[in-house]
Design a protein around this ligand. Structure first.
Ligand code: DGL
Length: 249
């Protein structure tokens, strides 16, 4: 089975890593729309247009399924994408919410949702969490984290200043932090250091759990082969993939 995995940039590699570790597919064709990243600062119409173009591009690789490894595209374009494909398309928001619910027994647990401006504005995480009885939610869009990650600054001064800038006002260690942007697992260590007692919810682990339980996907005998594609700076994507997917490619 060949899956297409799509993100606005390198963030979807964090989802790809989880998918490859669990050998859920024979092949993954990854497309990062690096020429147009970030999506998270754009309006819904643009996000839908770019996502549909990515879908058409990936269709030419004969994929059997599409994983939208971008929370922003999942928040705004999932419905439109599904109308335009004959195969299954999965986003990362519903799996992320289910993973948070699994991690938190108490409905009064405090949840910090991190995402891009567009993801937070969509209110998708909040809506689904509230529907499941969780009310103690703070949502935040640490916009600078995305360019920091695209620059490969996974640790150091620049990242620490951005973390202090966005998290400085949060007094309480949340019970869970939803990394509602696939770029954020690349800086998960720094986020976990800042909130040592929080359970971090990661889109990659969440979608693996979802595909295993809802679609009954089982590990393949052989390792997944990966094809990397990008609309710009493919070398940069490959470089991040070499570090992030070490031992898998
Ligand atoms: N990877 C995107 C997401 O998960 C964030 C990057 C962007 O703004 O395009 O929302």
């Amino acid at each position: 089975m060949r899956a297409g995995v799509f993100d606005s940039g390198v963030g979807g590699l964090t989802v790809t890593k989880s998918l490859m570790e669990h050998r859920l597919f024979d092949e993954i064709v990854y497309f990062g729309d690096t020429a147009r990243v970030p999506y998270g600062t754009k309006d819904a119409k643009t996000i839908i247009k770019y996502s549909l173009e990515a879908l058409e591009f990936l269709k030419s690789f004969d994929i059997d399924m599409l994983i939208v490894a971008c929370n922003t595209a999942s928040a705004h374009a999932l419905e439109e994408l599904r109308k335009n494909a004959s195969f299954d398309i999965f986003g990362v928001i519903e799996p992320g919410v289910l993973a948070a619910i699994n991690a938190l027994d108490d409905k009064n647990s405090s949840i910090l949702v991190l995402g891009t401006k567009a993801t937070i504005a969509s209110g998708q995480y909040e809506k689904l969490l509230r529907k499941n009885g969780y009310e103690n939610i703070v949502s935040l869009a640490p916009t600078l984290f995305v360019p920091v990650v695209e620059e490969g600054l996974f640790e150091g001064e620049v990242l620490q200043s951005a973390i202090k800038h966005y998290f400085g006002g949060i007094r309480q260690n949340p019970d869970a932090v939803i990394l509602g942007c696939t770029h954020f697992p690349l800086i998960a260590k720094a986020i976990q250091d800042y909130f040592p007692k929080s359970a971090l919810i990661h889109s990659g682990d969440a979608i693996v759990e979802y595909l295993q339980t809802k679609c009954h996907l089982r590990p393949k005998a052989n390792a997944t082969t990966l094809t990397l594609l990008a609309s710009d700076n493919l070398e940069g994507v490959k470089k991040t993939a070499q570090v992030w997917l070490e031992g898998l490619i």
